[in-house]
Write a protein that binds this ligand. Sequence first.
Ligand code: SF4
Length: 511
Amino acid sequence: MSEIYLYDRQFNKNTDYNVWMGFPGCTGFSLSSLGFMWLFKSLDEEDGINVERVCTDTKITQINAKDVNAICFSFSFDMDFISIFSILDKYNIPFKSKDREDNFPLIFAGGPVVTANPEPYKEFFDFLIIGDGDICNLEIIKLCRKYKLAGKSKRELLNELSSLDGVYVPNITQTVKKSHYDLSKCVYTPILSDESFFPNTFIIEVSRGCFNCCGFCIASYLNLPVRFVDYETIIEKLELGLKHTNKIALLGALISAHPRFSDICEYVYKRIQSGEKIEMSVSSLRADAITPDVIRTLAAAGQKHTTIAIEAASERLRKVVNKNLTEEQIFNAVKIAKEGGLKGIKIYSMIGLPTESQEDIDEFIRLAKDLKAINKGFDITFSFSTFVPKPHTPFQWCAKESIKSLEIKQNYLKKELSKLGMKPKFSSAKWDYYQALLSRGDSTLADYLIEVYKNGSKLGAFKSAAKKLSIDTDKFVEGVYDINQKLPWDFIVLNPGKEFLKNEYERLINN
Ligand code: SF4
């Protein structure tokens, strides 16, 4: 595996504190996880700290397990959590924090899943990071090291940590305020690798959060206020990346909202025009941000397709989810993509949204027919996920539709869209069910998760573990939560708070 470090590594630093950064997935995925790699860089640059990445496929570690002082896990997807057990298991580390004496490493976790609702996982960690870890993770590790060098106990350290913003110490913390990073320093791929899921790709975060606040969108609600990296910094970092690779990717919940997005595209386009071979990809664009200039850059940078997220085909349902996008804007985006030289467009949507009716589903067929009719020869693909209620969003109280009902809708769409010559893609309604369970679950799921792991972590294991331990999973997934009930994640203080979410829920649902 070849790795190119884009920062100066210190090889002769003094180290007296050993950290494993645990990733619940294979090495290839870890290398493409910007948050994980950025944290590795910040610890690697710190004198006194010896840090190593440990993934599910790591065979030999440089730091011996018995010498590790802290293990820091980061996970972005609910279903990734189970892989953390496999890493702990491999090194004979007890899963529950109460079973780990002071001679075991401190074990903590962060990432968007933990920030949204740490309750299903709290028994496994000594503490959890709530919010942005960019700065706070390093500060926390420094504090852990200081306490270790001073010979203080784990209990003393946890008491101190519980007083910090962004740190949740189970059984000590009462309420916790999210840690917030202003994005004054730009986050980008610190190590390029041909083993990465996106080989040798320089990923740069241009914005964090999205002010659109769609009713289901955790990426928006967890990251308010929205932050943008300034144009000059983005260009400076792109230049650093382009010295080492010709593949770049712009990252952000809604990158097209960057006030200088078209200038960034223009910059890349000019470099391509002057003879450089640059491949650029962007995450999904808002349909109303697709302009001829943007598409011209994407086409010149080798993209064959672009993706727009419409969430629903009917205007009524788009209003319910707060996706204020007109049909005219959707048609216009497809037209520009086609005229700009792309081969096709992927249209991302959801089914099972609150208030959805059969008419809303039929609108997909009508929209597909209309789009096909005036864009002959252009590859239009629909892809559907199922709605999962997420904490801290206006739809956190809504039920998830049953697997059976969602699969009926999926089969119907598949049949009808295939008549138009389309091959729609669908997420698994069954896996989405368990994603919702972890999203809205509480600490009573701890033993259930261990049981799932012991039984192989496949779909059947999720089902049989629930039966064995008499866990009513439907209660968490398909239950409508009362708007006045206390929710497991209410102790996390976010802005805007619960009152805003209640008002927004009432406003949206009545569309
Ligand atoms: S536009 Fe996209 S990123 Fe923004 S809130 Fe809606 S779904 Fe989330």
